[in-house]
Write a protein that binds this ligand. Structure first.
Ligand SMILES: *Cc1c(COP(=O)(O)O)cnc(C)c1O
Length: 365
């Protein structure tokens, strides 16, 4: 009567490789790294990273030491940088996995330098400069105070900063951050790579690219230029089977809180996708799904494991248990769901990856 009751997250690794090549071509002559923190934005660190490595990517960023250690096991020959930097007691593990800490403050620089000195080894380090995000990184004053001898025993491999408003091309902070970064990093120009742009920053123009760009979310299909056509290919599709269908012979409400009233004659389909799977509850009554190419609205509140859809627009008899429903689909699927939930594609992606069965297509999986 019906097929398996499980939803699946389809991940198109060929699209990830395509997006990396597209961004790399756009960024040239700057090199193109890949940000694979948070389990490659929820899509699976190992298959995504192996695919990117095969596409030609050599430099990878993760957020946490554990992520870097995991990644090293899959990419023996890549350069791996850890954005969270180095904490006390983490030095040996960083070195054991040949991870490069992104030093975010003077204390981290001192810690990493002491470790290098104690080991009698020159160790690679990236330096992060805060130019207007006020999150991580040396302030321009702290950075100016770093003398050459403070770097003794270290091999600076990258100087970087991060843009706060790169997805708003007209925001004045972009040019201000660029100017601060260019000025503060000038002493390293020509001998150490500099990096400012993530996904959206690549599209702010050549002045923002320096020697290395570090896209994350655009690799995974999220539009780096909101409001303009998406230049990257969609990567994820979320598909779920219909569990059951109601055809109402009298008006009824749907779901918790009885927030949705369906008239007599309406048809309501239930699918096994809920907020515990990463479908935001905030998309209740606002999201849309697609069945047989026809868009249908969410009906009522998103439950923990289930979602109702108003399928009245589809001809009677066409929606039955086992029918496939697309919850994330099309060229801006992640962005559309994010907009319906009042959030951003980043948050949708990083939450979707946990509970669904993942199906990979193509790539180096
Ligand atoms: C997450 C992150 C990136 C990647 O940003 P996207 O917007 O996903 O491209 C780059 N640099 C830093 C410092 C980050 O934290």
């Amino acid at each position: 009567m019906r097929g398996p009751a499980r939803a699946r997250l389809e991940i198109d690794l060929d699209a990830v490789a395509h997006n990396w090549r597209l961004l790399a071509a756009r960024a040239r002559p700057a090199a193109c790294a890949a940000v694979v923190k948070a389990d490659a934005y929820g899509l699976g660190l190992a298959p995504v990273a192996r695919t990117l490595r095969q596409a030609g990517c050599r430099t990878f960023f993760v957020a946490r030491l554990e992520e870097g250690a995991r990644l090293r096991a899959h990419l023996p020959d890549a350069e791996i940088l850890v954005l969270d930097g180095v904490g006390r007691g983490e030095e040996a593990e960083l070195k054991a996995h040949r991870l490069v800490p992104v030093l975010n403050q003077p204390g981290e620089l001192a810690l990493w330098r002491r470790y290098a000195a104690a080991r009698g080894r020159r160790l690679p380090a990236a330096l992060h400069l805060d130019t207007g995000m006020t999150r991580l990184g040396f302030t321009p004053a702290e950075f100016a105070a770093v003398e050459e001898e403070d770097l003794a025993g270290l091999e600076p491999v990258l100087v970087m900063s991060h843009l706060a408003c790169a997805d708003e091309p007209d925001h004045p902070l972009n040019a201000a951050q660029r100017a601060r970064f260019a000025a503060a990093s000038r002493r390293f120009a020509g001998r150490v790579r500099r990096s400012l742009a993530a996904s959206s920053g690549i599209f702010l123009g050549p002045d923002y690219r320096f020697e290395l760009v570090r896209p994350g979310v655009a690799l995974y299909g999220v539009n780096p230029v909101p409001g303009r056509p998406n230049p990257v290919r969609p990567v994820v599709r979320l598909v779920a089977p219909v569990l059951r269908v109601f055809t109402l012979d009298a008006p009824a409400t749907v779901g918790y809180g009885a927030t949705f009233e369906a008239p007599a004659g309406a048809r309501i389909a239930t699918v096994p996708v809920g907020y515990a799977d990463g479908l935001p509850r905030a998309a209740s009554g606002r999201g849309r799904a697609r069945i047989a190419g026809i868009e249908v609205p969410f009906a009522g509140r998103v439950s923990m494991d289930l979602l109702g859809l108003d399928v009245s627009a589809l001809p009677e008899g066409t929606v039955a248990p086992g029918c496939e429903v697309e919850i994330v689909y099309g060229p801006e699927g992640v962005d559309r769901l994010a907009a319906a939930a009042g959030t951003i594609g980043y948050e949708i992606l990083t939450r979707l990856g946990r509970r669904f069965v993942r199906h990979y297509r193509g790539g180096a999986a």
